[in-house]
Write a protein that binds this ligand. Structure first.
Ligand code: ZN
Length: 182
């Protein structure tokens, strides 16, 4: 696999529905993938990206909501507090926005890009983005949160998306939006 040629995978790609494996030993290869993921995230105007979104089912995420770049390995939520709803988009599900209820505050455990264990607290938007990316590592997508009311609408949009997913121009459209893309 050539990691220099990583590209965002769109709904319908099996990597998005596969559970990602924990990384037992962090190497230069992981650091290289994380850097490439960050580059792709910024290029797509996203605020987060998980490894399955570029076709790699290993537990790695990158997040930057404007307050600095996080490159995390084996992220895990230890504690959740409160809840709030916000509309989310996803770079792998372009053009679809779903209201998602997430914890307001989380305590997170992970490793940095050198394998050093860390614990951190995150709130509001940052906590939301971490939760969205960790969902990706479990094979979970925003469409799974669609309410009964939204399901018909989403089903139609997803069907169109699956038809269009062979069209390479699709990923360019998603960058036009100023909404939350993760
Ligand atoms: Zn996403």
């Amino acid at each position: 696999m050539k990691e220099t040629e990583l590209k965002i995978k769109i709904l319908g790609n099996p990597a998005l529905r596969t559970k990602s494996k924990p990384i037992s030993s962090v190497t230069a290869r992981h650091r290289k993938i994380l850097s490439e993921m960050a580059r792709i995230m910024y290029a797509a105007s996203g605020v987060g990206l998980a490894a399955p979104q570029v076709g790699i089912n290993e537990q790695m995420i990158v997040v930057d909501i404007g307050s600095g770049l996080y490159k995390l390995i084996n992220p895990k939520i230890l504690r959740k507090k409160g809840s709030w709803i916000m509309e989310e988009g996803c770079l792998s599900v372009p053009g679809i926005y779903i209201k998602v209820k997430r914890a307001k505050k989380i305590l997170l455990q992970a490793e940095d890009e050198f394998g050093k264990p860390l614990k951190m607290e995150a709130q509001e938007l940052l906590a939301r983005v971490f939760q969205h990316e960790i969902d990706h590592l479990k094979g979970k997508l925003i469409v799974d949160y669609a309410s009964l009311f939204d399901k018909m609408k989403v089903r139609k949009a997803v069907k169109e998306l699956l038809l269009k997913s062979k069209d390479e121009k699709l990923s360019e459209q998603s960058t036009e939006s100023c909404k939350l893309q993760l």
